[in-house]
Write a protein that binds this ligand. Sequence first.
Ligand code: MG
Length: 260
Amino acid sequence: MIELRTPAEIEAMRPAGRFVAETLATLRDETKVGTNLLAIDRRAHEMIRRAGAESCYIDYHPSFGASPFGKVICTSVNDAVLHGLPHDYAVKDGDLVSLDFAVSIDGWVADSAVSFVVGTPRDEDLWLIDTAERALDAAIAAATVGNRIGDISHAIAEVARSEGYSINTDFGGHGVGRVMHGDPHVPNDGKPNRGFPLRAGLVIALEPWFLGTTDRLVTDPDGWTLRSVDGSRGAHAEHTVAITDDGPIVLTDRSWLGVA
Ligand code: MG
């Protein structure tokens, strides 16, 4: 069921959005060569406790998950792109790290993801990240009353295709509200002017993610981490966006922190 939020409810979602933005910016800043993925999770957990927030991940146990996630953040490195279960791994120079983080505050969820390179970057990794971010910008620009879900999907895919990346439509955006994953599904490819009409009050997570040279994923033995089938690296960009009569509001925007 697709739920629409009142302007007051969208205002009530802002604290969760700001906290998720701040946490991702802090964790990105603090992740250096040698930082352990388990330390990133511990730090995120500490920030959650201090803020009185509630993790959307720790008890998360969907049909495809082997067991409850058990951590508070997804840490996907290099050829891992989604649902990376934090494990005992120290980040190396040149690693491409994706962090995906969702909490609720006062019962409202915010969900956001960011990819970045630690240490010395490869040009192709920077381009992959840049493409995911531009696809997210295009998705947000298409998140306007009068458009349809297909317009957002198409906007994402156009950016990816223009750079020669292929698109996987198994995992994409979703409604956000009292729970992390609601209707509608927002695939990362689709036809313009098709799908659910966008209305004021619709709050959705938009999340383009691409792999260097494939659109196929394999699951790690941990039952969670999704990795490219060919070893090529992945990048992920996600924001929680409220559609309003005055245009999209990016609830997890980081620009007020002075960072991208
Ligand atoms: Mg997310």
